[in-house]
Design a protein around this ligand. Structure first.
Ligand SMILES: Cc1cc2nc3c(=O)[nH]c(=O)nc-3n(C[C@H](O)[C@H](O)[C@H](O)COP(=O)(O)OP(=O)(O)OC[C@H]3O[C@@H](n4cnc5c(N)ncnc54)[C@H](O)[C@@H]3O)c2cc1C
Length: 453
C-alpha cells in the first residue's frame, strides 16, 4: 500500500469502491486529503456485481422513500445536508417511482465513477486489498467482501464478531402491535420476554395458503446454487416459505409452535403462535422469531395482516435473503466506527464504512460512508471526532450499532422511525408523526453540519 509514515496526515487508503467507499473518498477529498481508493473489480469479481463501475447498485434500483414522511426520507435529507455525492448522483439519475427515489442504475454509477475518477485528490487503484493497512484507513468492502479481506477482518475482530447471514426476519414497531389480540408470556411460563400473537385453525390455514402462493424475490444465480435449492439451507436460517412448502404443519412444529404458550384469556394453547422479541434497548422494535423470509416486501405486508395481532403492523425492517458479511458492531466497533481491537492493540484507527458496519440498505451504507469519511478527515486533521446528534437518522443508526443491551445476536438494521429516540409527545397521525421526526432531525442536523462543513 502506498503509505509512508511522513504521508500520514495528508493521505489515506479507502478499500472498496462501492456506495460507502465512494462516499467516504468524496468526503475526504473535499476536505483536502488525498485518497487511494482500492477497488478490485473488474480484475477480481464479486458474485453479484457485473460491471467495473464504482457504486454499482447490485439489486433493486430503489433507494427507498423520499420526502418528509419516512425515516428513509429523513436520512436522505441529512445526506443532502452533508453534501453526499451518492445522493447528488442519485437525484440527477432518478427515474419516476412514486414516493421513492429510484435511479437509472447505469447512469447513476457512471456519474459516481466520473466524479471520483476525475477528482485530482482521489487515485483509484484497481487491485484487491489483501490486508488492512497499518495506518488510518477506511474499509468499505461490503456484504460481499473478498475472501482475503474477510480473513483480515476476522483476524482483527475475532471469529465470533464477524457474522454472516443468508436470511433475516422482519421487524415491526411495538406500538403497531394490537395487544388486545396478543399476550405476553415465555414458553412453559419461563419469563415474560415474548409477545405472542395467536392464530386459530382457520387463521393459520389462511396464513399457510397465502404463504405457499406468495411471490418470492428472484435470487441471484450465485445464491440459487448456494441456498435456494431444496435442502440446501442451513436449518437455522431456512425461510418460512420454504418450511411451509414442506407441509401444512411444518410451521406449527417450528417457529409457530404453540406448545407451552397458553393464552391467559382462554387458558388454552392456540392453534399456532408467532412470537415477537425485543430488538432494541427501548423495546420499540420487535423481531418476528424464526421468521426469516425472502418474500417480496409487498407480500410480507399482506402476510402479516393475516395474523390478527399484526393486522396493522408497521414493518420497520423487511425480511431479506441475500449474502451479507458484517461485524457484530456493538462488540467490534467504537462509536466512531473504528475497530476496537486494532485501536487497543496499536492505537491505529481503522474505520469501517457501509454495510459491513451492520447497517442494511443502499442509503444506510452510504450514510456510514459519509460518517467514516468525516471521522477520518477529523482524525487526520487532529480534530475531535464528531458525535452525531442522537435525534437524527444517522445518529440513530450509530446508536443502534452500539446497542448491546438486549442479549440478542446483533443483526443489521435499516433506517426506520422505531430506532429514533421517541418524540416528547404522542402523535397518532402517521404523516404528522414522521414530520415531527423530520423537523427534529433537521434542526439538530443543521446545527451539526454548521460545525463540520
Ligand atoms: C445480493 C444482494 C442484493 C441486495 N439487494 C439490495 C436491495 O435491493 N436494496 C438495498 O438497499 N440493498 C441491497 N443490498 C445491500 C447492498 O449491497 C448494500 O446496501 C450496498 O451495496 C452496500 O454498500 P457498500 O458500499 O457497503 O458495499 P458495496 O456496494 O458492495 O461495495 C463494496 C465494494 O468493495 C469491493 N471490494 C470487496 N472486497 C475488496 C477488496 N479486498 N479490495 C478491493 N475492493 C474490494 C467490491 O468490489 C465492491 O465494489 C443487497 C446486497 C446483496 C449482496
Amino acid at each position: 500500500m502506498p503509505y509512508e509514515e511522513t504521508e500520514r496526515l495528508t493521505h489515506i487508503v479507502v478499500v472498496g469502491g462501492g456506495l460507502a467507499g465512494s462516499e467516504a473518498s468524496w468526503q475526504l477529498a473535499k476536505r483536502g486529503f488525498s485518497v487511494y481508493l482500492y477497488e478490485m473489480r473488474p480484475f477480481v469479481e464479486t458474485p453479484a456485481h457485473s460491471t467495473a463501475q464504482l457504486a454499482e447498485v447490485v439489486c433493486s434500483n430503489s433507494f427507498g422513500g423520499d420526502g418528509e414522511g419516512s425515516a428513509a426520507g429523513i436520512l436522505k435529507a441529512e445526506l443532502a445536508l452533508g453534501g453526499s455525492l451518492i445522493l447528488e448522483c442519485a437525484l440527477i439519475s432518478r427515474v419516476p417511482a412514486g414516493g421513492a427515489l429510484a435511479v437509472d442504475r447505469d447512469k447513476f454509477s457512471e456519474l459516481v465513477s466520473a466524479h471520483i475518477e476525475s477528482n485530482s485528490r482521489i487515485r483509484v487503484v484497481r487491485e484487491e486489498a489483501m490486508d488492512i493497512p497499518n495506518a488510518p484507513c477506511v474499509i468499505a468492502t461490503g456484504p460481499l467482501s473478498s475472501t482475503a479481506m474477510t480473513k483480515a477482518l476476522s483476524s482483527r475482530v475475532g471469529d465470533g464478531y464477524l457474522s454472516f447471514f443468508d436470511a433475516v426476519a422482519p421487524i415491526v414497531t411495538r406500538e403497531s402491535v394490537n395487544m388486545d389480540k396478543a399476550y405476553i408470556a415465555g414458553r412453559y411460563g419461563r419469563g415474560n420476554d415474548y409477545i405472542n400473537c395467536p392464530l386459530d385453525k382457520e387463521e393459520y390455514l389462511a396464513f399457510y395458503e397465502f404463504l405457499t402462493q406468495a411471490e418470492r424475490v428472484v435470487p441471484h444465480s450465485f445464491e440459487r446454487g448456494m441456498r435456494f435449492e431444496k435442502n440446501s439451507y442451513f436449518e437455522g436460517c431456512m425461510p418460512i416459505e420454504e418450511m411451509a412448502s414442506r407441509g401444512v404443519d411444518t410451521l406449527r412444529f417450528g417457529p409457530m409452535k404453540p406448545v407451552g404458550l397458553p393464552d391467559p384469556r382462554t387458558g388454552r394453547e392456540p392453534y399456532a403462535a408467532v412470537q415477537l422479541r425485543m430488538d432494541n434497548r427501548e423495546g420499540t422494535l420487535l423481531n418476528l422469531v424464526g421468521f426469516q423470509t425472502g418474500l417480496r416486501w409487498g407480500e410480507q405486508e399482506r402476510l402479516l395482516k393475516i395474523i390478527p395481532a399484526l393486522e396493522n403492523a408497521d414493518i420497520a425492517r423487511f425480511g431479506v435473503m441475500h449474502r451479507n458479511i458484517y461485524v457484530d458492531a456493538p462488540k467490534a466497533l467504537d462509536e466512531h466506527l473504528r475497530l476496537k481491537s486494532v485501536l487497543r492493540a496499536s492505537g491505529e484507527s481503522v474505520f469501517l464504512a457501509g454495510q459491513i458496519t451492520g447497517v442494511e440498505g443502499y442509503m444506510e451504507s452510504t450514510a456510514m460512508g459519509l460518517v467514516a469519511g468525516l471521522n477520518a478527515a477529523c482524525l487526520l486533521r487532529g480534530a475531535r471526532l464528531p458525535v452525531w446528534p442522537p435525534e437524527s437518522a444517522i445518529g440513530s443508526l450509530l446508536r443502534y450499532l452500539g446497542d448491546d443491551t438486549c442479549g440478542k445476536s446483533f443483526q443489521p438494521m435499516n433506517a426506520n422511525l422505531g430506532i429514533f429516540p421517541p418524540l416528547g409527545q404522542k402523535i397518532k397521525d402517521k404523516k404528522l408523526k414522521a414530520k415531527a421526526f423530520y423537523d427534529r432531525s433537521m434542526s439538530v442536523s443543521k446545527a451539526f453540519w454548521s460545525e463540520y462543513d
